[in-house]
Design a protein around this ligand. Structure first.
Ligand code: ATP
Ligand code: MG
Length: 786
């Protein structure tokens, strides 16, 4: 496909062009928000393929989310065509999973290893604490896990952790770390942080493997470099080191750098002012010291912002300039001043949500913005609930990104545990999770007998189950139940071995295990919701199986990519992130205005929207309570504010509530200090104080009050679930007709196109706008008629 160099450089300014065409040495692009860093990175990939004859398979590009990866891949394909498909564009985690699936047998793992998420890890750590007889009050699994995670992000393995321990607490933590790793290994499982650390260790332990990847990836490009942690940094260093000739296909003994094989070219782009993941170990030093780490590096600065109006930029610059020890930047825009920002002080959070919704309506009526152009940001997920209540009431189409943690629901986790145990029988956590779920007569006593056998004979738990008749003291009745279970699992495993589709296996799991039947027989309305969620999970699996090219792990280099297996599905699910739910842009021609997007500030990184509402600007909310007395944390919050402000292209709204109910009690939070940091003349305050003083006005809530939980608990999803349960209690199959508007838990607002069948059998085709048209069995689908 004949794309000319001019076309590849079209719409780039001079420094941007330089970054795209730069060759030969490491390249750092540092620049403020919206200056085209991601655009440059994307164009550079196209340039490498089209102009520098780079083989697409020799390119590794790292983005912060799977969604961003998909978009980048698409852009590059638009520019240079389908051959770009085989490049690796992915997150650090996905890239490491791909490498490990191929290479981890070197460490004695099976390539079918499971990936444990936070909840699995916590369960495992709880088992460890029990093994070690630790006082759960002093040694909370969550705290120990955090500690372990930090160690892993710093590439400290458990042996070194033991050596490094300086006091009793650390000794205990290190011991827990050791046991935790042992159990992970026995389960043939890796946790999230392991994915990176293990890859680095693999490269360090096996230079020939590292060499292969160094030869393979001639170009490594990293977006959002400011948020890399030490382990990710080390991974990049491993990949971009010199090619020494230790690879298997090179002549033996060729120790010196081979002629013609240069180290891979590294390009990183980022903005130190947008570093917002310190709590996950991100290390701002990586970007600040790039030039020291890579002495031959060339640095390109970008100063023109193409995203926002000057007003928005001036505001963002004013806020971030309060941070100490940062390099001042000169970010400007020639988009003109644009509108002033709009400020609003609400009586309470309901009033704030009402204001936002009315304002969106006004913009919409005036033709200045469609719902899709609008994003609402808040500091914590829990804040989405009030917006949802108002939006549902007024019929505003919306989508909460990351609010409802679908994959954290009990029934979804159970179903996935079945699948994971089938794919990886060594996965003890998953196996034990479903051993007696639904109840099948394998009680705790029987489980303990099997465990005793496993320990005595040094068997995996699964092996021990298969030989349960040898278990000391096991009851005959339990034995019969275990035999039935083993038989069922083996039958299901044969489907996996035969490469059956994930959705088909899942359906078989749900029926043969009796899981679905138990839920369906239940009188508990919650169980009805659970059935719906499982139907949704089957639909997700089906969609995945039908669209193999979208699987992050489906190797595009695979000559026969039409066979994503169960493992691919599990991987997709394991690596799903909040931002992956951001609605896509509309297909050409169909434009219904789309949906308003609600998300946390963290999820908003890298994105842009014509209209942004930055809400909850109160000290104690944003900046977060925790940060109020801590300079470092406060600076991190300020960077988060900078990220939020710079997402806006044309209009920016800032709001706060005088009273906000938290844990059942109303809290009076002062205005966010970030508001005081904005130049006064840039904000048009629609309202500067509450209409009535808060003490003579009852705080209203349209939801029944809930009992307060510990302040760390995210109650957004719980609230939504409670709503769904309330709905399920009163709900029958909704009777729908074409044209009806509905609300779906996952897809948001939609309109009914057709309905076939009646009552329990009714199937509706519903158009969810940017989410596409879905056919749903109404008995199961979590839809509500509006
Ligand atoms: P962030 O720091 O938020 O990640 P960024 O530096 O990656 O921002 P981009 O997202 O690449 O910035 O670009 C911001 C916007 O400006 C995008 O809409 C992009 O298409 C546009 N843009 C970038 N460079 C140019 C240019 N030279 N001419 C016109 N538009 C541009
Ligand atoms: Mg970017």
């Amino acid at each position: 496909r004949g794309v000319t160099p001019e076309q590849l450089l079209e719409g780039l300014n001079e420094p941007q062009r330089q970054a795209v065409v730069h060759a030969g040495t490491p390249l750092l692009v540092v620049a403020g928000a919206g200056s085209g860093k991601t655009r440059v990175l994307t164009r550079r990939i196209a340039w490498l393929i089209a102009e520098r004859d780079a083989h697409p398979g020799s390119i590794l590009a790292i983005t912060f989310t799977n969604k961003a990866a998909a978009e980048m891949r698409e852009r590059v394909e638009e520019l240079v065509g389908r051959r770009a498909r085989i490049m690796w564009v992915s997150t650090f985690h996905s890239a490491c999973v791909r490498i490990l699936r191929k290479e981890i047998d070197r460490f004695g793992y099976k390539s079918s290893f499971s990936i444990y998420d936070a909840a699995d890890s916590k369960r495992l750590m709880t088992l460890v604490a029990r093994d070690l007889d630790l006082d759960p009050k002093r040694y909370q699994p969550r705290a120990m896990l955090n500690w372990v995670s930090n160690q892993k992000n710093e590439l400290v393995d458990h042996e070194d952790a033991v050596k490094n321990a300086k006091n009793h607490l650390e000794e205990t933590y290190a011991e827990a770390y050791t046991h935790y790793q042992r159990r992970l290994r026995e389960a043939n499982a890796l946790d999230f942080d392991d994915l990176i650390m293990t890859t680095v260790h693999l490269f360090q332990a096996f230079p020939d493997v590292r060499e292969n990847y160094r030869r393979r990836f001639r170009h490594v490009l990293v977006d959002e470099y400011q948020d890399t942690n030490h382990a990710q940094y080390a991974l990049i260093r491993e990949l971009c080191g010199p090619v020494t000739g230790a690879g298997p296909d090179s002549p033996a003994g060729a120790g010196a750098a081979e002629k013609g094989v240069e180290p891979s070219e590294l390009m990183v782009v980022g903005d130190a002012d947008q570093s917002i993941y310190a709590f996950r170990g991100a290390n701002i030093r990586n970007i600040l010291q790039f030039e020291e780490d890579f002495p031959s590096a060339r640095t390109v600065l970008l100063e023109q912002n193409y995203r926002s109006t000057q007003t928005i930029l001036t505001a963002a610059n004013a806020v971030i300039s309060r941070n100490k020890g940062r390099k001042a930047k000169n970010l400007w825009s020639d988009a003109g001043d644009g509108e002033r920002m709009v400020g609003y002080v609400a009586d309470d959070e309901h009033d704030e949500a009402r204001f936002v919704s009315e304002e969106i309506d006004k913009l919409s009526d005036a033709g200045s913005a469609k719902p899709r152009d609008v994003a609402i940001f808040y500091r914590t997920n829990a804040q989405s609930r009030v917006f949802e209540e108002v939006f549902i009431r007024v019929g505003m189409p919306y989508k909460v990104v990351g609010g409802v943690r679908f994959y954290e629901r009990r029934e979804v986790r159970d179903a996935l545990a079945y699948l994971r145990m089938l794919a990886n029988p060594a996965d003890e956590i998953s196996l034990r999770r479903i051993l007696n779920t639904p109840k099948r007569g394998i009680g705790e006593r029987a489980e303990a007998c099997v465990e005793a056998l496993a320990q005595r004979e040094r068997l995996s738990f699964w092996e021990a189950l298969r030989r349960a008749e040898e278990a000391p003291g096991i009851a005959t009745r339990s034995l019969t139940c275990i035999r039935g279970f083993v038989e069922m699992v083996e039958e299901l495993q044969s489907m996996v071995a035969a490469d059956e589709r994930a959705d088909v296996i899942l359906e078989q799991v749900l029926t043969r295990s009796g899981y679905l039947a138990e839920l369906e027989a239940s009188e508990d309305p919650q169980d009805e919701t659970r059935v719906e969620n499982l139907a949704e999970l089957v639909a997700v699996a089906r969609e995945f199986a039908d669209e193999p090219q979208l699987g992050p792990s489906a190797d595009p280099a695979d000559p026969d990519p039409a066979t994503p297996g169960l493992g691919d599905f599990l991987e997709r699910v394991a690596l799903v992130a909040d931002s992956d739910q951001i609605p896509d842009q509309p297909e050409d021609g169909v434009d219904d205005g789309g949906v308003v997007t609600l998300m946390t500030l963290h999820t908003a990184k890298g994105l842009e929207f014509p209209v942004v509402f930055l809400t909850g600007l109160e000290d104690g909310i944003f900046p977060h309570q925790r940060a109020l007395g801590d300079q470092h944390e406060l600076e991190e919050e300020r960077r988060l504010a900078y990220v939020g402000l710079t997402r806006a292209q044309r209009r920016l709204y800032l709001s706060r509530a005088v009273v906000r109910s938290a844990w059942g009690a109303p809290a009076h939070n002062p205005a966010s200090r970030f508001l005081d940091e904005l130049p006064v003349d840039l904000v048009d305050w629609r309202r500067t104080e509450a209409a009535q003083t808060s003490w003579n006005r009852p705080v209203q809530s349209s939801l029944p009050s809930r009992t307060a939980g510990p302040p760390t608990r995210r109650f957004g999803s719980a609230a939504v679930r409670a709503d769904a349960d309330a709905k399920a209690r009163t709900r029958e199959v909704p009777s729908l007709a074409p044209g009806d508007r509905v609300l779906h838990d996952t897809f948001g607002m939609g309109s009914v196109v057709t309905v076939e069948g009646v009552a329990d059998k009714a199937v509706a085709s519903i158009d969810f706008g940017s989410q596409g048209v879905k056919r749903l069995l109404l008995r199961y689908a979590p839809v509500e008629k509006l």
